[in-house]
Design a protein around this ligand. Sequence first.
Ligand SMILES: *[C@@H]1O[C@H](CO)[C@@H](O)[C@H](O)[C@H]1NC(C)=O
Ligand SMILES: *[C@@H]1O[C@H](CO)[C@@H](O)[C@H](O)[C@H]1NC(C)=O
Ligand SMILES: *[C@@H]1O[C@H](CO)[C@@H](O)[C@H](O)[C@H]1NC(C)=O
Ligand SMILES: *[C@@H]1O[C@H](CO)[C@@H](O)[C@H](O)[C@H]1NC(C)=O
Ligand SMILES: *[C@@H]1O[C@H](CO)[C@@H](O)[C@H](O)[C@H]1NC(C)=O
Ligand SMILES: *[C@@H]1O[C@H](CO)[C@@H](O)[C@H](O)[C@H]1NC(C)=O
Ligand SMILES: *[C@@H]1O[C@H](CO)[C@@H](O)[C@H](O)[C@H]1NC(C)=O
Ligand SMILES: *[C@@H]1O[C@H](CO)[C@@H](O)[C@H](O)[C@H]1NC(C)=O
Ligand SMILES: *[C@@H]1O[C@H](CO)[C@@H](O)[C@H](O)[C@H]1NC(C)=O
Ligand SMILES: *[C@@H]1O[C@H](CO)[C@@H](O)[C@H](O)[C@H]1NC(C)=O
Ligand SMILES: *[C@@H]1O[C@H](CO)[C@@H](O)[C@H](O)[C@H]1NC(C)=O
Length: 386
Amino acid sequence: MHLHSLAVVFLASCSLWPSVLGGPAPVSTAWSPALAKRHTRNRKDDCPQVHRGSFIINQYQLYPENADWDEDACLVYFGSLWNATVAIYDPYIDDFIAVVEFPNVTRTGTEHIGGVAWDRFTGLITILVDSAAPWATAGANVSGTNLLLKWDPNTQTTLWTVNLTETTHGTYGAFQDIETDKRGYTYVVGTFPGSILRVNANGTEVIPWYGPLQTVNTTIPGLGGLVALGPEGNLLLANDAGNGSIYRLDTREALAPRTLTQVPIHPDVRYNDTDAIYAPPLFNGTVLLVASHAAGIQVLVSRDGSWTTAEHLGTIPNPPPGTPSAVAEATNGSIVTAAVQIGPNAVYIIDDWLADAWVTGEVAGNRTQFPMPDITTQINTLLRLR
Ligand SMILES: *[C@@H]1O[C@H](CO)[C@@H](O)[C@H](O)[C@H]1NC(C)=O
Ligand SMILES: *[C@@H]1O[C@H](CO)[C@@H](O)[C@H](O)[C@H]1NC(C)=O
Ligand SMILES: *[C@@H]1O[C@H](CO)[C@@H](O)[C@H](O)[C@H]1NC(C)=O
Ligand SMILES: *[C@@H]1O[C@H](CO)[C@@H](O)[C@H](O)[C@H]1NC(C)=O
Ligand SMILES: *[C@@H]1O[C@H](CO)[C@@H](O)[C@H](O)[C@H]1NC(C)=O
Ligand SMILES: *[C@@H]1O[C@H](CO)[C@@H](O)[C@H](O)[C@H]1NC(C)=O
Ligand SMILES: *[C@@H]1O[C@H](CO)[C@@H](O)[C@H](O)[C@H]1NC(C)=O
Ligand SMILES: *[C@@H]1O[C@H](CO)[C@@H](O)[C@H](O)[C@H]1NC(C)=O
Ligand SMILES: *[C@@H]1O[C@H](CO)[C@@H](O)[C@H](O)[C@H]1NC(C)=O
Ligand SMILES: *[C@@H]1O[C@H](CO)[C@@H](O)[C@H](O)[C@H]1NC(C)=O
Ligand SMILES: *[C@@H]1O[C@H](CO)[C@@H](O)[C@H](O)[C@H]1NC(C)=O
């Protein structure tokens, strides 16, 4: 393994971004004063509430695969799948304050950016760059470069980059989500077949922490998403992308057991097309949202937060009933890839499109409108009905 690989560095390019609502689309930048300004706020202050309901983001080729809410800077980080950029959105002004590009990654077409996560323990941003081949071939070809980047939003620099393919040797992959624990370990979940890699705090060590149990038939879908709960992030939940089972792991284990502990779901509702899982911070680890491409957002609850069992409260369809028609219409043809909290008080569905024809000479479709259906009311209603 190359330590501190310099293969990917933060792009130094022209900087130009809109400071006013409805300004021109932002371009990539090595230094965003708007982001720097955000990091001067007092982190003890809670982020202001958002009062938006469902809305539509206007950003050419956003194609969001996953997102996370940064409670320090009060910003949303989107992984923009096809362009392989990280788009940083300010919900209070409804605009992007930066779109971060990475040389040899962004707009190559052979690399995606999906998982992006704010680390509640360090405030750092973890960015997962994954090879497109496994997704294009449903796991038949799992080769290609997969990178994990640790990015400091304060200095706007990449602290380290690790090439996960040095560990997998291209025999398994389809990495799509990341979590961190208080000790500084980052867990990376792979789907074809199921695996979890663990990377240490400075990116100098990568170990296959769970699986893969076999690499002969890489087309069998394994784990899809990850969530780390508890005051130290020791309780790790993962979902089976192929059958919707939820597994409970303990990050204090040196290695995860071969046989994963299933979290029984009552009633036993599971979907065969699950993607990201997410525990909105506002429910303090008691609510798990499971994204099903076709069915929507499944709402699971563990009243004591132990996740020894889970109660299935219901599934919020996409778009949810009552969504304003413009937003509802904008979801036409989408799949549900994730959910994300925005502000201290609201939770949204993330819609993405996997089949749009690429614009000639570009690596993504021509979509500009990306709907964000608000599901806060639906979640609260399901919680009250229990
Ligand atoms: C991009 O890839 C090219 C060709 O492999 C290499 O020469 C170059 O150093 C890379 N650039 C960065 C910034 O990694
Ligand atoms: C994607 O790349 C295109 C250029 O091909 C650019 O116009 C657009 O703003 C980018 N969008 C994102 C979210 O990276
Ligand atoms: C598998 O994907 C890699 C890119 O990761 C590509 O270079 C290679 O040609 C593909 N192999 C086959 C057999 O298609
Ligand atoms: C990542 O590692 C793989 C396996 O060693 C290698 O083929 C690939 O070129 C590396 N990619 C980068 C960007 O260093
Ligand atoms: C990285 O962290 C490990 C402990 O996980 C430590 O042994 C090693 O010295 C550190 N390396 C660097 C370059 O900081
Ligand atoms: C690999 O697994 C898939 C999915 O279970 C199955 O359809 C396929 O037949 C298997 N291929 C081989 C070569 O065993
Ligand atoms: C949140 O959950 C933790 C257990 O993970 C518990 O110790 C804490 O009291 C809870 N906080 C609130 C505000 O309910
Ligand atoms: C879900 O699939 C996994 C293999 O990916 C299997 O081990 C597990 O038994 C399945 N669960 C159920 C309930 O079918
Ligand atoms: C997944 O479930 C849906 C709905 O029950 C069904 O139509 C579909 O055929 C299933 N897909 C697979 C791959 O089993
Ligand atoms: C949804 O999109 C499809 C094409 O993908 C189109 O045929 C259909 O008319 C659209 N439906 C609505 C309600 O816009
Ligand atoms: C986007 O591309 C589709 C074909 O993929 C085309 O039907 C549609 O008119 C295009 N829309 C715009 C705004 O260019």
